[in-house]
Design a protein. Sequence first.
Length: 154
Amino acid sequence: MNAICVLRNDKESFGKIKFSQEKDGAPTTLTVELENGALTEGHHGFHVHQFGDNTNGCISAGPHFNPFKKTHGGPTDEVRHVGDLGNVAVDGAGKCTTVITDPQVSLFGANSVIGRTMVLHAGVDDLGKGGNDESLKTGNAGGRVACGIIGFCS
C-alpha cells in the first residue's frame, strides 16, 4: 500500500513524503524530499500527529499520534509514540532527502496513519531525553513549520 503527504504552511510548499508498506505488520518506508530554501539548516523534529485537520493551520493536527498512551521517545526506543520519527536533517540550501524505515508506522488497520497529519517542527526533537515534562510529550521540538495530511495513493 502507498500513501503520500505534501508538507506546506499557509504560504508555501516544503516538499513531500511518500509512504510504502508491503503488508500489514511489515515496516513502513518513508521517502522524504524537502526542498524549501526557507528551511533553516540543521535537525528538525518530524512527527505524525493525531488528527487529519489543518483548518487552523498545523496546530489543528493535535498532539503526536499515540494510540498506546506512551511517553515521547526516539524512533528506535521501545517507549515512544507511534508518531515519533525523530529528526530530519536539512542542509544549507533548505533541502532534505532521506529514507526512514519504521516498524510502528502503519498504513493498515485501526492504527493507520492515513488521514493523520505529518508535521515538520522548527527545532530539534530531544527524543524524550530533555529532562522535563514537555520533553516527554513533544521532545521540545518547537513550533510547527509545515504540515500535511497523509493520503492514500495507488
